[in-house]
Structures are given as structure tokens and as C-alpha cells.
Design a protein around this ligand. Structure first.
Ligand code: HEM
Length: 248
């Protein structure tokens, strides 16, 4: 006997049938995911090493690092906006509640890191006296002959005499990067130079600790994907555009 519900379903045309839930992210979300991943890996890769490179190479590496990091920020904003209007595919039904909760939590922390890492890096570059200000005359003044510099050595171990005002950073060597105005303004007057220097050191510390936390999150994220793909035998990689969906 045909039940009423089956009867009703069989009367539906393909146009009336409700759309099946997606089993992979949209192409845009997939492209954004892999672009962000690439820029993050690039930044972690050069971030830890650039300080030991000779000055001109280091400045070029810093330009690439800052540009790639700010690109991560822009792409993350785009990704969040895209996600708000395009629902991600549902998790596989077999996934346990604790796995869903931890995946959501790690994703949230990853988004936070993808915003806070670029902002803390930008804050490091902004924590210098504004060019031409009375503070800049103090911050970048060479120490008098025979005197040790009053301030802590600048990042990268550059001797203060070699330091002039830092050249304006250009994003991808094209667009000048403005400083974050309230942070830059702290060092406008000579009295603000030392507090701004301390803040600079704090930003460097946060950026560095953030990099290690980000590495931890990436390890958790990749470990989760590998477990679902190879242990639980779900089509995890296919959700993010890698390979085909497993047949039922
Ligand atoms: C996803 C984005 C980013 C990641 C993953 C990242 C990662 C890193 C890492 C791993 C380091 C080395 C930390 C250490 O030596 O312990 C570093 C240093 C640095 N980063 Fe980034 N970064 C990002 C974005 C940015 C941005 C957008 C800027 C600037 C606009 C920036 C500016 C800097 C600077 C100036 C340093 C050197 C700090 C020092 O003086 O030691 N970073 N970054």
C-alpha cells in the first residue's frame, strides 16, 4: 500500500522538490579557504626567520610579510561576509556532538587569530613616533658619542645609529600603509617615546605568542580533518574541494 506521504512525494516535480543540503563548501568559500591557508603558512614561514637576515633582505621580507598578513585580514573579512549569506554544508550525521562543538570552537579561535595576528603586526609597525614630530627627533636621534642609547635596542638588533625613521611600508610594494593613528600619536611628544617603546615591545610579544597559538590551532584543525577523512572514512577533504565525495 502506498502511504500518503510517499504518494505526495512521488507527485512532486523536480522543480518542487526541496534542494538537497550541500555536501561541500561553495567555490568562493573553498578558494578563500586555500588562499588564506597559503598566506598564513607563508607568513609563519618567513616570520620566524626574517630577523636573522641581512638588513635589505629583512626589509623586503617584512614588506612581503606585512602585505601577506594584511591580505589574510582582507580575505578573512570577505570569508566571514560570504559565510553569513552562504550557509556552510552541514556536518556529517555520524559526527558526535563533542566533535561538532570542538570543531566549531577551533574554527572560532582560528577566525579570531586571522584577525588579531594582522592587527597586532600592524600595531607593531605603528608604534613609532609620527615622522617629523618632536618625538621622532628623540626616537631616531643617534646617541651622543660615547653614550649608550637610553632606549632599549630597536627590534632586530639594529644599532640605533643605523636607524632613521622607518621607511613607509607599501602593501605589496604598491599602496602606502598608514599607521594606526592613535598608536602612532602616543610618541608625538618626547615624553611619549618611552611608553610607546614599551607598547611596541608588548605588541611584539603578543604577535609572537599569537603565532605559537596559531600553530597549535592549525595542528588541531588539520588533525581533525585527517581523523574524519581516514579514521571515520567521511568525505572530509571533498567538503573543501580536495578529491571526490565517497560513494555511499
Ligand atoms: C596571519 C598573519 C600573520 C602571521 C601568521 C604572522 C606571523 C609572524 C611570526 C611567526 C613572526 C615571528 C615572531 C617571533 O619572532 O617570535 C612575526 C613577526 C613580525 N610580524 Fe607578523 N604575522 C602576521 C601578520 C603581520 C602583519 C599584517 C604585520 C604588519 C602589518 C606583521 C608584522 C610583523 C613584524 C614587524 C614582525 C617582527 C616583530 C619583531 O620585531 O620581532 N605581521 N609575524
Amino acid at each position: 500500500m502506498i502511504t500518503p506521504s510517499i504518494h505526495k512525494a512521488s507527485a512532486m516535480t523536480p522543480r518542487d522538490a526541496p534542494a538537497a543540503p550541500r555536501d561541500r563548501y561553495t567555490r568562493v568559500a573553498i578558494a578563500l579557504h586555500w588562499a588564506i591557508a597559503g598566506f598564513i603558512l607563508f607568513n609563519l614561514g618567513i616570520g620566524f626567520f626574517m630577523e636573522s637576515w641581512p638588513l635589505p633582505v629583512r626589509l623586503f621580507a617584512l614588506m612581503l610579510h606585512a602585505s601577506s598578513g594584511l591580505t589574510v585580514l582582507a580575505l578573512t573579512v570577505a570569508r566571514v561576509a560570504w559565510r553569513l549569506v552562504n550557509e556552510p554544508p552541514p556536518y556529517p550525521a555520524e559526527m558526535k556532538p563533542w566533535e561538532r562543538h570542538s570543531a566549531r570552537f577551533v574554527h572560532f579561535l582560528l577566525y579570531a587569530a586571522m584577525v588579531l595576528m594582522p592587527l597586532s603586526g600592524w600595531a607593531i609597525l605603528s608604534a613609532h613616533s609620527p615622522p617629523g614630530s618632536r618625538g621622532a627627533a628623540v626616537e631616531f636621534a643617534p646617541p651622543p658619542p660615547g653614550m649608550k642609547p637610553v632606549m632599549a635596542a630597536p627590534p632586530g638588533g639594529m644599532p640605533p645609529r643605523m636607524m632613521g625613521p622607518p621607511p613607509t611600508m607599501k602593501v605589496w610594494n604598491l599602496v602606502p600603509l598608514p599607521a594606526i593613528a592613535p598608536i602612532e600619536a602616543i610618541g608625538k611628544e618626547p615624553g611619549g617615546v618611552a611608553p610607546q617603546r614599551r607598547l611596541h615591545e608588548e605588541f611584539v610579544e603578543w604577535h609572537s605568542v599569537g603565532a605559537f597559538l596559531l600553530i597549535g590551532l592549525l595542528i588541531l584543525h588539520v588533525a581533525g580533518a585527517l581523523k574524519h577523512q581516514f579514521v571515520d572514512r567521511q568525505s572530509e577533504f571533498a567538503r573543501m574541494g580536495v578529491g571526490r565525495r565517497r560513494p555511499f
